[in-house]
Design a protein around this ligand. Structure first.
Ligand code: ADP
Length: 685
């Protein structure tokens, strides 16, 4: 309780904002003020009692008030004034009691205590105050000593015992006060030591931390140095690489420059070459234009030539055919004349074959690829029909033609009948030509595996030597030079046949043994027909081994400007037993057609006044005539001419010189079908 009260007194005037050192000094001031006030009260009472002089007590109470006013000053936070005040009150006490009690009471010993007090209560910052506070006791001691010498104030009279009691009491107070100063100093020193220890600890810790940081820094430094070294090495290496690269690049640049120079030189050369090529190209283009012009001129010439030759040939072959087939004249002619006529006929056919082959070759050379037209056909009818056409030529040579069709082959096949017919025609013509009298030629069709079929023409002729067998498929090549002298021919037939076969996706091969005979085999892909042909489509001209039956009661109109051809046709139709109406041009022909309403119209393409094409269009637009079958017999033998006319809507296109067997079959086909139609119409009516 007391210590708590004392603590509160000690802390008079202290706030949280006061620094620890200052606070300690203020607490020393408070403690001194309070304890000295108590001591002063005690001494005042004691001395008054001892001396019996109560003035001492009242004076002591005045000093007590002075000490307590120090507490009041601290309370008012007048710390510096309070410190000076404390020293001042102490000095006043020393001066008063020193003067009053005299030197024998040893009051001046209090000066020792007072010299120690400023060191305790003033901080180093308060140097002036400290000096003032130190000066005060020295001044007081000086005044006291002066008073002792000069006796300005005479001390009070005291007996020896009182003096000793005073002396001992004052000495005790001085000792207590000195003890207090020493205690406070010791306390200060202890707290200073503690603070020093604390500071030392914190310094040590700081030192350790600094040490650790230094170590870390050293480590970081070491790493940095390593990294630096590594970087330097890397930079060095990179620099070396860059230098190497630089060297390589420089070399590449040099090479590139050299290459560029070479390229430039090459470019110049190339430019020169291109320029020369341009010149050559221009020359070539010119040459090509020239060649195309020449080719066009050649084609036009060939067309004209073919057309011009075919008309007289038509008369030659037609008349010789009629003479040989006319029963009445045939019997009356002497055998020598018949022989002549047969020779005329054979020569006519040979000439026809030459013209056909030359035209075909001209087409091939002109680069005209033939359009392949795959259509269904009845195999047997087709093959027997071809054989039938050649029967007459074979008979004239006393050569027999045998036909064999493999039963494993389907009845109907898909193929280009026109091209196939041309191939077989060439092979049969050769076989009959090279086979001596009394021997036979075999035309056979057979299956080869699941996907191919073959047409083979075998003869018993003189054969072809082995070394010539590859040669004969080239244009204008014959087995030897005597062939032309003995058999004529151009050497074109096999070349054209090979070309057509390949166009149809097949191949042609030859087997021959000199003296034994020759066999040509055409192998083709087997294309089957999915659905069965209709009756009309399947109707193929029958083989003409015997003469077809004559269609009586039918009218046929012929439009033809050539009088020779008119005469030949007139003869042919009278021989057939059919009345023939003849018109000399298209205009007249159309009038006659409208007037007589014929069952069939046969016309030439080149006629005066109205040509064949106009006549066909007029017929197709005429309601009375549009159903009438129209057969064109023309000397225009080129495929495109034929196809163009067929597109106009004609039924058949025959090329001059007309093959009468073929014409017979065509007439029979269309008159027969029209008869069929009539009978069908009659039944439905
Ligand atoms: P051409 O019969 O007009 O001479 P081809 O091209 O048809 O022309 O035939 C070329 C040659 O092949 C003939 O000249 C002939 O020497 C030879 N040749 C063709 N077929 C037979 C055959 N059946 N027998 C013998 N030789 C043939």
């Amino acid at each position: 309780m007391i210590s708590h009260r004392f603590n509160n007194i000690k802390k008079t005037g202290l706030t949280a904002s006061v620094h620890e050192d200052d606070a300690r000094k203020i607490m020393v001031v408070n403690s001194f003020s309070f304890l000295t006030a108590l001591l002063c009260t005690f001494c005042g009472i004691s001395l008054s009692v001892i001396s019996g002089d109560w003035l001492i007590f009242y004076t002591a109470m005045g000093f007590v008030c002075g000490f307590l006013s120090i507490l009041w000053l601290n309370e008012k936070r007048r710390f510096a004034i309070a410190k000076f005040g404390l020293q001042f009150v102490f000095c006043s006490v020393m001066l008063y009691y020193g003067c009053v009690f005299g030197e024998s009471t040893q009051v001046h010993f209090l000066g020792l205590f007072l010299i120690g007090v400023p060191l305790l209560i003033c901080s180093r910052k308060e140097n002036a105050l400290r000096c003032l506070c130190l000066t005060l006791p020295l001044l007081t001691l000086f005044l006291l000593e002066t008073n002792y010498y000069y006796q300005v104030f005479t001390p009070m009279d005291m007996d020896r015992n009182t003096t000793y009691m005073f002396r001992w009491l004052i000495m005790t107070v001085v000792v207590i006060l000195n003890f207090m100063v020493i205690t406070f100093h010791q306390h200060n020193i202890n707290s200073l030591l503690k603070r020093l220890h604390r500071r030392n600890d914190s310094l040590r810790k700081r030192n350790e931390m600094v040490q650790r940081q230094e170590d870390a820094l050293k480590e970081a430094n070491r790493r940095l140095e390593n990294y630096n070294e590594m970087l330097e090495r890397e930079v060095e290496q990179r620099t070396r690489q860059l230098m190497d690269n630089n060297l390589v690049q420089e070399k590449m640049l040099t090479d590139l420059n050299t290459s560029l120079r070479r390229l430039k030189a090459k470019e110049d050369e190339l430019n020169e070459y291109v320029a020369s090529l341009e010149t050559v190209k221009a020359e070539l283009l010119h040459a090509r234009d020239e060649a195309e012009r020449a080719n066009a001129a050649k084609s036009s010439f060939l067309r004209e030539l073919s057309h011009e030759i075919r008309n007289p040939l038509n008369a030659i072959i037609g008349i010789s055919y009629l003479m040989l087939n006319d029963r009445h004249t045939h019997g009356e002619l002497p055998p020598g004349v018949v022989n002549y006529i047969e020779n005329i006929s054979t020569s006519g056919h040979n000439l026809l074959e030459i013209i056909n082959n030359v035209l075909e070759l001209a087409r091939i050379e002109a680069g005209k690829t033939d359009n392949i037209c795959q259509e269904p056909f009845v195999l047997r009818d087709w093959i027997y029909n071809i054989a039938g056409i050649y029967q007459h030529a074979a008979k004239v040579k006393n050569v027999s033609i045998h036909v064999q069709v493999d039963h494993k082959l389907p009845a109907q096949l898909l193929g280009d009948r026109v091209h196939l017919t041309q191939v077989v025609n060439n092979l049969l013509t050769n076989a009959i030509k090279f086979t001596p009298a009394g021997k036979k030629v075999t035309l056979s069709c057979f299956r080869q595996g699941a996907e191919a079929w073959c047409i083979r023409v075998t003869d018993e002729g003189e054969g072809i030597p082995g070394e010539k067998q590859a040669l004969i498929f080239k244009p204008f090549e014959q087995a030897d030079h005597t062939i032309h002298q003995r058999f004529g021919g151009t050497g074109l037939g096999l070349a054209i046949s090979k070309r057509f076969t390949e166009l149809l996706g097949g191949r042609i091969s030859v087997w021959s043994e000199p003296g034994a005979g020759t066999a040509f085999t055409v192998t083709l892909p087997l294309l089957q027909v999915n659905k069965t042909l209709s009756r009309a489509a399947a109707t193929v001209m029958p083989a003409n081994t015997e003469k077809a039956p004559v269609q009586t009661g039918k009218k046929i109109l012929l439009m033809e400007d050539s009088t020779v051809n008119q005469m030949v046709m007139q003869e042919f139709f009278s021989y057939m037993g059919l009345p023939l109406l003849i018109a000399g041009n298209g205009e007249e022909g159309l009038e006659m057609a409208r007037k007589h309403l014929p069952d069939m119209i046969i016309l030439d393409m080149h006629m005066p006044k109205l040509d064949g094409r106009d006549v066909i269009r007029a017929i197709r637009q005429d309601t009375l005539l549009q159903h009438v079958p129209v057969i064109v017999i023309s000397a225009d033998a080129f495929t495109e001419q034929r196809e163009q006319v067929l597109r106009e809507g004609v039924h058949e296109y025959l090329i001059k010189p007309v093959q009468f067997d073929e014409l017979r079959m065509v007439i029979d086909k269309y008159l027969h079908s029209s008869m069929l139609n009539e009978s069908l119409e009659a039944v439905t009516c």
